[in-house]
Design a protein around this ligand. Structure first.
Ligand SMILES: [Mg+2]
Length: 395
């Protein structure tokens, strides 16, 4: 099998007024993601995805990764990863270049599975054909509505929910109490502080979260603020999670060596693909840490992450975005299946997914270099939509 070309397709969705949600970054107006397709001289097409700046992904694929990969055997995944990393090293290593080569890497894993008729979880040495999954939603809202929403996730078959905090200390406390009461102690509550706490607040909330038996306490600080993570873990006795804003094995190595985290959260569509997420998970395992991948862009990324988590003995759970995102709900011919809190991976080859081309074409961004202004959950375009920056303060 030989690679004929690599394609990046940017997708953009504009929320109707009623489906917009409020969170620490503002009011989310749009969502985006980028699909990576690796076309070959066979019937097989590898599918991956990237969550980063769409115009930059497009240029990196068009001008560097596509010319590099044409004619190569897509099953030489490790060799091709090394070549892509080497080519983008000078401006890459972290951020969009790492995320983009990771999207290609995921598509190569999909092809590697398709070429031998095996699922990726099996190629990785896994034994589980399902992966624990959690409902990720519960953005800023009235606490009564949060309780109702949390209950709906349990009715849908989830056993674990994640909520967003960092609105105010009073709101955060009341919101956690309401969700805990709604779903009981038999289900898990996860909280995400979206990098917006200062150290004293993070300590106070940590004690409260311990009382509430919170499953994990995510991103109280920016990823650069490793010292605060380390200090917090010495004070609070609740599992601290982070890593969705970190890239590559080197970035995670720094956090793991510093003992900044209990649970590491790589994301195949951001951190460098299935290959790099796997290495990060192995490093976490050597340090006795759990892995719970991040995911917030599309169903391709959720499935790619799920194959890694299910195959890894320290894999805990995978994130499933519940915010009416069509790239999660509608992008695949066969939608994500959650039963008893488990995402079904089955024995289908590769990632086990098929894109719904009607949906791809409906949301395709016409000009990849022109992105309409708005709040795209993690990225913002147009100065009037920019939030207060999250700065790293030394000391
Ligand atoms: Mg998060």
């Amino acid at each position: 099998m030989k690679i004929e070309h690599v394609e990046a397709i940017n997708l953009l969705y504009q929320y109707p007024e009623n489906d917009r949600f409020q969170y620490a970054g503002g009011v989310c107006t749009n969502r985006l993601t980028t699909l990576i397709l690796v076309h070959t001289d066979t019937d097989h097409v590898g599918i991956g995805s990237v969550y980063s700046h769409p115009a930059l992904i497009y240029l990196i694929v068009r001008d560097q990764l596509n010319p590099l990969l044409i004619g190569e055997d897509p099953c030489n995944v490790e060799d091709l990863w090394r070549k892509m990393y080497g080519l983008t090293l000078w401006y890459g290593r972290k951020g969009v270049a790492m995320s983009t080569l990771g999207g290609v890497d995921t598509a190569l894993w999909d092809l590697r599975g398709k070429s031998v008729g095996k699922p990726v979880w099996e190629l990785l040495g896994g034994e589980r054909k399902t992966c624990p999954a959690y409902a990720s939603g519960l953005l800023w809202n009235d606490v009564d509505k949060l309780a109702e929403e949390a209950g709906q996730y349990i009715e849908k078959g989830f056993r674990r929910v994640k909520m967003r905090l960092a609105r105010s200390e009073e709101y955060d406390t009341l919101a956690v109490l309401a969700v805990r009461k709604a779903i009981g102690m038999e289900n898990d509550v996860i909280v995400d502080a979206s990098m917006r706490y200062h150290f004293e607040l993070a300590c106070r909330m940590g004690s409260f979260l311990k009382e509430q038996k919170i499953f994990w306490y995510e991103e109280p600080f920016a990823p650069e603020d490793i010292d605060s993570y380390v200090a917090l873990r010495q004070i609070v006795d609740v599992p601290v999670a982070g890593g969705e804003n970190e890239f590559g094995l080197q970035g995670f190595r720094e956090m793991i060596r510093a003992k900044a985290l209990d649970i590491v959260q790589p994301d195949t569509s951001r951190c460098g693909g299935i290959s790099e997420a796997w290495k990060i998970a192995e490093m976490a395992k050597e340090s006795g840490l759990g892995v719970a991948t991040h995911s917030w862009n599309d169903a391709v990324a959720i499935m790619a992450n799920a194959h890694v988590v299910s195959a890894m003995s320290n894999g805990i759970t995978v994130e499933v975005d519940q915010m009416s995102n069509p790239f999660v709900n509608d992008l695949l011919v066969k939608p994500l299946q959650i039963e008893n809190g488990e995402l079904q991976l089955n024995h289908a080859s590769g990632l086990g997914i098929e894109l719904d081309w009607k949906v791809v074409n409906e949301f395709r961004l016409d000009d990849p270099l022109v992105i309409p202004d708005g709040v795209y959950s993690d990225m913002m375009f147009g100065k009037s939509y920019f939030p207060e920056p999250i700065g790293y303060k030394e000391g």
